[in-house]
Ligand binder design. Sequence first.
Ligand SMILES: [Zn+2]
Length: 408
Amino acid sequence: MTRLPCRTKAVLGSAAAGALVVSALAASPVAADPAEGTCKTFEDPQFIGWTTYDELGPKLQRIARNSNGRVDVEVVGETELGRDVYAARVGTGDRIALVQSAIHGNERTGTEALLGILRTLASSNDPATRRVLEEVTLVAMPMVNPDGGELNRRTNVISWDEVITRHPQLEGTDPAWYHRPRNLGIDLPGFDLNRDFNADLGYEPRPEDLPGRQVDAGFYLSPESQAIRDVYVDLRNEFGGVDAFVDLHHMGACNWQTGGDQDGRLISLALDYPPLGPNDGAAYQDEWPLLDQDKSRRYSLAIADGIKDHYGSQSPIAAVGRYFHPDAREFAGQARSAFGLNGTASVLFEVRGQSHNFGQKMKGMLTESVQTGVESMLDAMATGEVDTLNGDDFFDYPDYGWDQGSTD
Ligand SMILES: [Zn+2]
């Protein structure tokens, strides 16, 4: 399958295998994904209106400059193609939140939402903002896969030969299962970075572990995943732990419907806790005793409730549900799984559609829903409310139609 949004109907994925192969430099439109049948089509591969890599650094620097010292921006890594990976830090509290976006390069609402959150925290003085600044430390990584983002595709860009150069002990092994020769019609190899994580934060790649399987931990083979891991480890060393990790994505298809209060309407946002296999990851509990799936659900619930409270339960922005999560679903190599196993409450955001599907109005609406969701979590951390919720209440949120297709 060449086309792989976070969730793809298998039957549609195979249809998309015939997507037009184009050169990366030409950046021509790729064939529209049939899964996006009701969406705006991919008319503009230059993704006008979304923040580009070149714009991101200056935007972050401007926010920091105008923040009266509240926001610090740091370069925390460098991609294979030499682009910077940024982390912006704000707040002085001892409750720690790490939020990243665009690990899948073409999933962009989270970047805009994080910029909005940073602008608010940089300049607002209302009591709720001040409380967040006092109680929480937020580290935002708004674009962790700029090489993929600039190609408007999911994977980063790195050849297996380059991986071997960086990790010579892997000479002669088969490539990791999540390394791809091409992605979205672009003939440049790279990783699905959100499979490159391991709960063992000091893990060094070993040839006998490769190529691995979907259910297994990943190998930290890419500079981007290493940078994210290092930020997490540094926070843990500084504060003793990271309370929350949020990973901002798009679900690909944009015609999924939800149930519950908004039965039959299009879902705006689906949330999830780590997919660690049967019985809430029971098989991991001995080795990773800090794993707390209920805590991840409490944080997810704070986000869902916050969005509903903010917009009203019938708002199209508040069509919030649970992401695809059958009991057996297992992805130990995802960042949220690796950090969840280390005791961090981990929440996945899956926004409807793909970035290039949207006109300005829909783009604004979905970006707002992500921003409000993350802000709701920060607020619930600052007040302590997140600790008082019942994680089981997250299950009262509707799924978004898991029977509408299988997952890949
Ligand atoms: Zn994704």
